[in-house]
Write a protein that binds this ligand. Structure first.
Ligand SMILES: Cc1ncc(COP(=O)(O)O)c(C=O)c1O
Length: 379
């Protein structure tokens, strides 16, 4: 045994990827409807990102956070304009760790309210923030987290006290099974937070960078978060995390409070700059693409094996009948149809297609999913 067995790895060796197509070591091609778990939002190895990376690789790879850094400033500007200040890390979990720490320091309060069924990462505070017992493994958790029920405002009201620093949530619970937040719930939540001087932390690690049809999902909920976290697709495949904090609380991270050796690495920042520029060109076409995708998804509605289709933009959950094993469906799609998909939550087939997917690829992808799912019939 050479690798720890903490992942369920399927027996295929991918060696190449270009936009929506991945290739294995037998030159077999696969249609990607996963974006590598929400990372290749603008398609794998986007030519503009590749060119930026090659150029940067010939200049400077690593630069400690001891010097001015124009590349980080550029990404910060692209992400949060003048309203937010950015801190760069290397992953979503790390961005969330920074958010939790900043909220506590800025408010001098300890409690972070999160939600059951949420996912915020596997590091210690992010794991404690995650409202799923299966992620906690019965271990002692970092203190200071309380869990409310998603889309249930009374469950939040019931646990608010004077020691709450922030409410932290995803606008679509991704790993939890693709559960979108209700508009009224988020409006009420923002109002409640405002009344009690509680910060709003939006975890946009999976929903950000165009995934839901806008750069960040919060834009569709008419709220102004105090802190936003981003990662996954921000650098088109290079490891990155970002925490954006409103200027009035950003000061709480004064000199020496937090840091990272690699965070905001020049190669990664060049990649992020190019990724965000490409995203800007894709955003205007997205509402139309999303419409087309959801129109193709209708094909699946009448299947016995499908009990619900939900999501926002290009984060899509196809909830399967309890008798249909989602892991088997993902494998059949991969090996029989050469379509790459994901699972999430309780028996949900999750699609996170690259935003560059063509109408023809949408049609083919959904028809192939239909072909597999129609093999499962109810008695
Ligand atoms: C909403 C959300 N937050 C945080 C994370 C953790 O990100 P990472 O795996 O980069 O640490 C994930 C990963 O799936 C996620 O979906």
């Amino acid at each position: 045994m050479t690798l720890l067995q903490n992942y369920h790895r399927l027996p295929v060796q991918f060696v190449k990827a270009q936009n929506t197509i991945w290739e294995d070591d037998h030159q077999q091609q696969y249609l990607d409807l996963s974006s590598g778990i929400g990372v290749y939002n603008i398609g794998a190895r986007h030519p503009e990102v590749e060119a930026a990376l090659i150029d940067q690789a010939q200049q400077l790879w690593h630069l400690p956070n001891l010097y001015d850094n124009a590349l980080q400033e550029k990404v910060a500007e692209q992400l949060g304009g003048q309203n937010y200040a950015a801190y760069f890390a290397n992953s979503g979990a790390e961005a969330n760790e920074a958010a939790i720490k900043l909220a506590r320091i800025a408010t001098k309060k300890a409690t972070i309210i999160t939600f059951k069924n949420s996912f915020h990462g596997r590091t210690y505070a992010a794991m404690a923030a995650t409202g799923q017992d299966t992620i906690h493994h019965g271990m002692p958790m970092a203190a200071g987290f309380k869990y409310a029920t998603f889309n249930d405002i009374q469950s939040v009201e019931a646990i608010i006290d004077d020691n709450v620093a922030a409410i932290m949530f995803e606008l679509v619970q991704g790993e939890g099974g693709v559960i979108p937040a209700d508009q009224t719930f988020i409006k009420d939540l923002a109002q409640l937070a405002h009344q009690h001087h509680i910060l709003l932390i939006i975890d946009e690690v999976q929903t950000g960078i165009g995934r839901t049809g806008t750069k960040f999902a919060y834009e569709q909920y008419a709220i102004e978060p105090d802190i936003i976290t981003s990662a996954k697709s921000l650098a088109n495949g290079l490891p990155v995390g970002a925490m954006l904090a409103k200027n009035n609380i950003a000061d709480a991270f004064s000199y020496g409070v937090h840091g990272s050796t690699f965070g905001g690495n020049p190669l990664v920042m060049r990649s992020a700059i190019a990724t965000l520029s490409v995203l800007d060109t894709l955003l205007p076409e997205l509402p139309d693409k999303v419409k087309q995708m959801w129109s193709h998804l209708k094909l699946l509605q009448s299947l016995d094996s499908v009990i619900d289709i939900r999501g926002l933009g290009m984060i899509i959950g196809i909830a399967l009948h309890p008798d249909v094993p989602v892991a088997e469906v993902v494998e059949k799609l991969l090996f029989e149809e050469h379509v790459i998909t994901l699972s999430a939550g309780q028996n949900t087939l999750r699609l996170l297609p690259p935003l560059t997917l063509t109408p023809a690829e949408m049609k083919t992808g959904i028809e192939k999913i239909h072909h597999i799912l129609q093999q499962y019939k109810n008695d």
